[in-house]
Design a protein. Structure first.
Length: 222
């Protein structure tokens, strides 16, 4: 058995993306809630989820909270999202959120290292911990005690619970984008992921640990 690499091209979509011109009343109500919210438009997995209006409605509410309303700094949320997108080889998730991560202040060298699956080098301890927490969660479904304790100490309880939910939510997003081959929005021009395996890509990308840090920035919790 083989699987095509998820390249995000429009011609590769497996199902029709939900189209406002043919929406049912239920779809229209959910669509209007989405575009009147913080997103302002329908992109990514919601183009698929709208085929099931009830699913889309619950999806958009959870996603809006996790992206815009948690106690996490934006760049920390986006760091976790792009790490998740890289792990699941999701071009769409990556290209949308790599841009947002850069705009939120995340170091572009870190973004590029994650894109190419190289050990990222952080200057802020919190970012290093969040990256390692995300990669361990994805790879093992668990994190080590020392990592958990230190990150808990920096973030606090509610943000750490929210971070775990972000990883799970954006894994669902990545799987939906990949499985249905949702196309990359035409407006996105971030560098795509470097994928190995061509048309037989079957496994997530195993991400390396963050490099050891040196200098004064290691104690900065951002």
């Amino acid at each position: 058995m083989s699987f095509k690499a998820p390249n995000g091209n429009a011609e590769s979509a497996r199902i029709e993306m939900a189209n406002p011109e043919s929406f049912s009343e239920a779809q229209r109500k959910v669509y209007n809630r989405i575009v009147s919210g913080k997103r302002g438009k329908v992109v990514g997995p919601l183009r698929v989820a709208l085929h099931s209006p009830e699913l889309a409605d619950r999806w958009q509410a959870l996603g809006e909270f996790l992206r815009y309303q948690t106690d996490l700094p934006v760049r920390i949320t986006e760091l976790s999202i792009i790490t998740t997108g890289r792990y699941w080889n999701s071009q769409v998730e990556w290209m949308i959120h790599a841009r947002i991560a850069a705009e939120s202040g995340l170091d572009r060298g870190v973004i590029e290292a994650i894109r190419t699956a190289q050990p990222p080098r952080f200057h802020i301890r919190l970012e290093s911990l969040v990256y390692n927490f995300t990669r361990e969660t994805l790879e093992f479904g668990q994190v080590g005690d020392e990592l958990y304790k230190e990150l808990h100490g920096l973030l606090g309880t509610a943000p750490l619970v929210e971070l775990t939910a972000v990883i799970g939510y954006y894994s669902m997003v990545a799987m939906t984008l990949n499985i249905h081959r949702v196309p990359v929005p035409a407006s996105e021009n971030a560098k795509p992921l470097e994928l190995e395996g061509g048309d037989t890509l079957m496994h997530p990308t195993r991400l390396p640990k963050a490099q050891a840090m040196e200098g004064k920035g290691i104690a900065n919790n951002g």
